[in-house]
Write a protein that binds this ligand. Structure first.
Ligand code: H79
Length: 424
């Protein structure tokens, strides 16, 4: 049996992935929670199933976009909370195969991303608003929660668990080696063994010994001895954890922040609250500077296309990463404190200074006096001179510091100017 450390090694070097939220909810185009928020019944949601044709679904184009953005892996919603399956499950009729799309869309995704050399992950919702045996009444997130017809309807939750475990088995049996299993999510008393989580994880590991699993089956991943099902990585959602994530002993634990590009995961036709590529680059840098990954979301439209504004952002980020990727991939937190002008990432004796703030005068590196062998601008490899500025002896806290002067009043790269420091 592999250890968590072994399983996450590649994942943590990759640092940057693509999250893909796609399903029937792309048709109403008001986000993936639309059924719950608007309390849409199964019946009223059915037309989307009958219309879903995926006519411009081209996972090779998704994979190319991810690759060009510098992303190293992807995670696709094989089933979201609405219960609709993009894969050809033998355990339900509620699947893409039975829509006008008429085929297993997960298979094409897996093939396309693998062909680009990208890691392949499956998001799978353990919540299910479509299954007859998923509890609706008293459940604050279920679309049918206020429907009196559901109040006294007997359910057999064991049957749901058999279904859910069975689908996970299908996903991990039928598509070759899968890199990530991304469950979503536990809440209230619906957590841990309620999902038969130990049994589930043992089954997963028996099929895919090296797969990594998120922490949303429940349990406490921060414990000194976490449960079997507590997961391989922590999954902060829509937040970059202020101090990174550490366990009870203060040791850094693997984490991956999942973040949307606008304000929705699933396609929303009127949501134009897009982040800028500069914000995304700085967010990625922030994650890596705290030992974390970034899983950045796209929500393809009803036809299967990633929205143009998202593609444009990905392209910008990819362009930056082509020149500055050495400061991201394989990097993690530095032991040095966060500098005034930006952030550090580090890979062995290569320290990367991410300068967000030009300020005036030379850039100051606290504690690095006599420790820098070479300094260069990462974007073009040009050397930078480490020097002691005029009147340096007038400053109180510089004895142990080093200075590098950047040419010009403005930063060469306004998003993030990276200085590569080779340490002695
Ligand atoms: O799949 C994505 C989300 O649909 C799911 N996890 C990510 C990866 C998720 N997001 N938030 N939550 C789960 C927690 C629930 C938030 C809610 Fe709400 C607050 C549900 C109802 C109120 C947000 C606001 C969603 C609908 C309204």
């Amino acid at each position: 049996m592999s250890t968590r450390e072994e399983r996450v090694e590649h994942f943590l070097q990759d640092r940057f992935g693509m999250f893909i939220h796609w399903g029937l909810y792309a048709i109403p185009a008001r986000g993936e929670w639309v059924r719950s928020v608007e309390k849409i019944s199964n019946e009223a949601y059915q037309p989307y199933f009958e219309e879903f044709d995926a006519s411009r679904y081209d996972p090779k184009a998704w994979a190319r976009a991810a690759k060009q953005a510098g992303q190293k892996y992807a995670v696709l919603t094989t089933k979201h909370h609405d219960g609709f399956c993009l894969f050809d499950s033998a355990l339900t009729d509620y699947k893409a195969t039975n829509t006008p799309a008429g085929r297993d869309l997960v298979r094409e995704y897996v093939d396309a991303f693998r062909a680009e050399g990208l890691g392949v992950g499956f998001y799978y919702s353990i919540i299910d608003w479509h299954h007859d045996d998923y509890p609706a009444y008293g459940d604050r997130i279920h679309p049918e929660r206020d429907n009196p017809a559901f109040k006294d309807k007997p359910i057999d939750f064991e049957r749901y668990l058999t279904y859910m475990h069975g689908q996970v088995r299908e996903l991990l049996t039928n598509y070759g080696p899968i890199d990530i299993m991304w469950f979503d999510f536990s809440y209230d008393d619906m957590t841990g063994e309620k999902w038969k989580a130990t049994e589930l994880v043992q089954m997963i590991r028996s099929i895919q010994p090296n797969i990594i699993i998120d922490n949303r089956l429940g349990g406490n991943i921060k414990a000194a001895e976490p449960e079997v099902y507590a997961g391989d990585f922590y999954s902060p959602e829509q937040i970059i954890p202020p101090g990174g994530i550490v366990d009870e002993n203060g040791k850094s634990i693997p984490w991956e922040a999942c973040i949307t590009l606008n304000d929705n995961w699933g396609y929303h036709s009127e949501d134009r609250a897009y982040k800028s590529p500069k914000q995304v680059v700085r967010t990625l840098v922030e994650c890596v500077s705290k030992n974390g990954n970034l899983l950045l979301n796209v929500g393809p439209d009803a036809k299967g296309e990633i929205p143009k504004p998202s593609l444009d952002i990905l392209e910008g980020v990819g362009e930056w990463l082509r020149r500055n990727g050495d400061s991201i991939y394989g990097c993690g937190a530095s032991a040095l404190p966060k500098p005034e002008w930006g952030r550090y990432t580090q890979n062995g004796n290569k320290l990367y200074a991410h300068v967000f703030d030009r300020g005036v005068g030379p850039i100051y590196f606290q504690g690095l006096k006599g420790k820098i062998k070479k300094a260069r601008l990462l974007q073009d490899g040009s050397e930078l001179i480490v020097s002691v500025p005029w009147m340096a002896d007038h400053y109180s806290d510089i004895e142990s510091g080093a200075f590098i002067t950047l040419k010009g009043a403005e930063l060469p790269d306004d998003w993030d100017t990276v200085i590569e420091l080779e340490l002695l």
